[in-house]
Design a protein around this ligand. Structure first.
Ligand code: NDP
Length: 387
């Protein structure tokens, strides 16, 4: 690209999508949007800074199940070509990127012209910052069709499983077998995706939903970055099969599963402690907490708590460690000859380290002395003794 220059590079290599691909993606969005709107399953979010307590459609598991079962049944009954997504990948990548840009632009204009909850907007007045980080916290159609929850989850994360299936079938068609490395990635990523949807009401309490505004960062990230970059391992393995010994396969599978168990167990502990306000048992003992308080923009003082026992007594962001173990195990199935399939693990490391710093700066300002007391009780961020 550096030799050719960006414009000739894009003209040469960016696939022009066909009408059929554009229509296919449009139907995909409509289908997922309809499942999101009509399937049963509702939960309440946390109060927003302006005090709105919003209803969310938490029916992601059902939507994933219907879509994935339908895709597999379509393959079984010869209605869907198993490698359909691989065959149209070039055009789809272009469409995903264009859609991500359009979505971010529409989100920005909506925030300016027809914001759902204007008193939750953050508008710094710098166009590029506002466009990138987002102005609206919870853009919606009507009362409860939430743009952020829908886009962060449905079109991208449900597609993740279908892309994995499609590339696995491509490997099978091309080479006549499916490698252990491919199966390990499929297993680990399916765990992760199913977990995400199964615990969707928990997701309403995470930084993505509680704090992050809906701008280019989330719109393009969920529409284009997630389905193309999070699936790089299967894209690589489908064309460059890696044969793992039984021992290496077992080590990677166990490491990935251990990462998943850690991720889920840590997140469950915090969820339990927050929902019971610390009146619960962690690892067989009464939860230890630090009571903290903060002041909201209306001048009111509010009480909260930070858990500092169980996993949360070991490090302040130990939930990120599980996620990282899972990402590194999945990438390691691709071997060490190419950097590209490692993009996911490298990205997760940067994202989560940056999140630690960003979240801690916010919590320190929010809780003041309470935060200092908590950091004294739990001195490390990610790995005890190191950082
Ligand atoms: P957390 O779920 O850890 O949420 C952080 C918030 O939790 C803080 O802002 C604070 O909120 C509260 N909190 C912090 N420490 C404590 C404590 N000791 N006790 C009680 N509450 C506490 O972080 P994320 O939302 O970033 O991540 C959630 C999960 O999602 C993680 O496991 C992460 O790995 C995963 N993830 C995956 C991504 C992917 O692309 N695959 C991207 C991002 C995250 P408050 O202001 O309420 O005090």
């Amino acid at each position: 690209m550096l030799e050719m220059g960006p414009v000739p590079f894009f003209i040469e290599y960016v696939a022009v999508p066909s009408k059929q691909e554009i229509l296919g993606y449009g139907l995909w969005l409509v289908f997922q949007g309809t499942l999101y709107a009509y399937l049963p399953g509702r939960s309440k979010g946390r109060p927003t800074p302006a005090g709105h307590v919003l209803d969310y459609h938490t029916n992601g598991f059902l939507a994933w199940l219907i879509t994935t079962t339908g895709f597999i049944a379509g393959i079984y009954f010869d209605v869907i070509d198993p490698t359909v997504l691989v065959n149209h990948w070039g055009g789809l990548v272009t469409i995903l990127n264009v859609y991500g840009f359009i979505l971010a632009t529409v989100a920005y204009l909506k925030a300016r012209l027809a914001s759902s909850h204007p008193n939750d907007n953050v508008h710094l007045g710098n166009f590029w910052y506002d466009f990138f980080m987002g102005v609206e916290l919870n853009p919606r159609f009507g009362q409860d069709w939430d743009w952020k929850l829908f886009h962060n989850g449905r079109p991208g994360i449900i597609a993740w499983t279908l892309i994995d299936i499609s590339y696995t079938m491509y490997q099978y068609r091309t080479f006549g077998y499916v490698t252990k490395s491919m199966l390990i990635v499929d297993i680990l990523q399916t765990f992760y995706v199913v977990d995400f949807f199964f615990h969707e009401s928990w997701y309403l309490w995470t930084i993505d939903i509680v704090l992050d505004h809906f701008g280019f960062n989330l719109a393009w990230g969920s529409a284009a970055w997630l389905p193309t970059i999070y699936t790089l391992q299967v894209q690589y393995l489908a064309r460059h099969p890696v044969e793992l010994s039984m021992l290496n396969a077992a080590v990677l599978l166990l490491t990935g599963c251990a990462g998943y168990v850690l991720f889920r167990s840590v997140n469950n502990q915090k969820d339990l402690a927050r929902r019971t306000e610390g009146d619960c048992t962690i690892w067989g003992k009464k939860a230890q907490i630090v009571r903290v308080q903060y002041t909201t923009t209306d001048g009111r003082t509010n009480q909260s708590m930070l858990l500092c026992s169980g996993w949360w007594g070991i490090a302040r962001h130990v939930n990120y460690v599980g996620d990282l173990m899972l990402s590194y195990a999945a990438c390691a199935t691709c071997g060490f000859t190419h950097l590209l399939p490692w993009t996911y693990a490298i990205f997760m490391t940067i994202l989560l380290v940056h999140r630690c710093l960003r979240d801690e700066a916010r919590l320190s300002a929010k809780y003041g002395d309470g935060w200092k007391e908590y950091c004294k009780a739990v001195p490390y961020r990610l790995i005890p003794g190191i950082w």
